[in-house]
Design a protein. Structure first.
Length: 114
């Protein structure tokens, strides 16, 4: 599986994050962090402990309120090796940074990324 696809999985695998007002940077980061935890389950059958092997860095590029009340959030994600592994060395960036755009909306239990 290509690791750029892994980052795409993160963008599509959002969870809830609680907050008030507009989504803060830490709220967006929390949503992506929860999504990375889901990747651990994807890679476990392959014998890869994702969180021990890779670090996913998220950088918020833009947030803007939309006419329908949702927020458009653009995030750049970079995956970096935490240690040497079969296809790379510690500290190396794995694949190209990926830019994802998601809509976030306030739900009953916090922010929901769609």
């Amino acid at each position: 599986m290509q690791f750029s696809k892994s980052i795409s999985i993160i963008a599509l695998s959002f969870a809830l994050a609680a907050c008030s007002g507009s989504p803060s940077d830490s709220d967006v980061q929390a949503v992506f962090k929860d999504a990375v935890k889901q990747l651990e389950q994807v890679y476990a059958p392959l014998g890869i402990n994702f969180s021990d092997t890779f670090d996913v860095e998220t950088k918020i590029k833009n947030k803007s309120k939309q006419d329908d009340g949702r927020w458009l959030v653009q995030v750049e994600m970079t995956m970096r090796a935490k240690k040497d592994w079969a296809q790379g060395k510690k500290g190396e960036i794995v694949g190209a940074p990926q830019v994802s755009t998601v809509h976030m909306q306030k739900g009953d239990n916090g922010w929901i990324a769609e």
